[in-house]
Design a protein around this ligand. Sequence first.
Ligand code: RP5
Length: 162
Amino acid sequence: MSQPRVGIVMGSDSDWPVMQAAAEALEEFGIGYEADVVSAHRMPDEMLSYGRDAAGRGLSVIIAGAGGAAHLPGMLAAVTPLPVIGVPVPLKYLDGMDSLLSIVQMPAGVPVATVSIGNARNAGLLAARILATGDADLQARMVEFQASLRDAAHAKGAVVRE
Ligand code: RP5
């Protein structure tokens, strides 16, 4: 895999079963990534260092997933100029609504692009779209991918008005 352009981080290794879908989406597009556990609550110093150093290390996008009191995406967004995509990880209680609200309700000035609960695949695809704005080949592959979604919908009998 090439030099990491996307940093996938999560609050716990228990988040990986959800977060690995982001990695798989990036792999489909041949985008280099790194994946790390960087807990906002259990490793606050390491979390701040990760966010502060990410751009300088050559990352272009951060995907951050956490569950419960999910402060990781927002805290990273506070210390990096990079786009941060938040993934609300569903836990045993509250069905991920706690994670969603913790991530999505950011104060003005500090954006986190939040995907739906557990939808790490969309986080990977959104990171690919962000990178594709400066990469014509990658954008062409994204267009092909979108066409494949349309073809798959047709194959299932979807009606499309032309
Ligand atoms: C959060 O606490 C993590 O992102 C994880 O979703 C949750 C539970 O972590 P573990 O107790 O499983 O390590 O910070």
